[in-house]
Design a protein around this ligand. Sequence first.
Ligand SMILES: [Mg+2]
Length: 245
Amino acid sequence: MQRRWMAAVLGLVAMAGCSSAPQPSPAPAPAVGRPLSGALRWMRRSAEYRALTRETYAAATARVEQLAPAMSGAAWGVILDADETVLDNSMYEVRRAAVDSAYTEASWSAWVRDTAAGAVPGAVAFTQRVHALGGRVVIVTNRADSLCAPTRLNLRKVGVMADLVLCQPPGPGDKNPRFEAVERGTASPTLPALDVVAWVGDNIQDFPRLTQASRADSSALALFGRRYFVLPNPVYGSWESDSTP
Ligand SMILES: [Mg+2]
């Protein structure tokens, strides 16, 4: 009872206030975004990230230069992943943080269609060097087939020399069948069977028959630095599915 009375008095006071003086404009709504993760800030801002991507591409370039002379007469090439290997999507992550939301299919499709991704440092020069040496560049990405046209456009915009872009057909994202098709020459009528001399990716699954389980098998990782070249990606990847501390 006492509470109801107090509420009535307070209501009258509030009404009196409304009629006698203008109210200040409402305070702006608090920002809805969240701070950027350390991993994302590291990829976007650190000198170390840029040094590492250049280092990886420099090693890949040196290896291809070493192997190319023996390839004379044969069709050869390299296979690269797209996202966080040649295309930098960190601005997409920034935009998701600004609205405190994670990846969604709709927001990702809109980002891809914007063709606004930048190039990972070192990637463009690597693809140009492969071409200058007579090799082909194939991008094997798990971007959906329906997004392959804007993906090709984005790659062209940043200067990546891609002879073929293989997106993910409906079904599982296993890249091995596409790797094998490139090597057999069945991936595209425009491309012969390629002797693939190097793979570049930011996810262990960007490399033939490797998975997160490969971490326990040092022999499975023996080709890194020789045929396989990996880029850092602490923001997302197949490693996220393992919750072991
Ligand atoms: Mg990737």
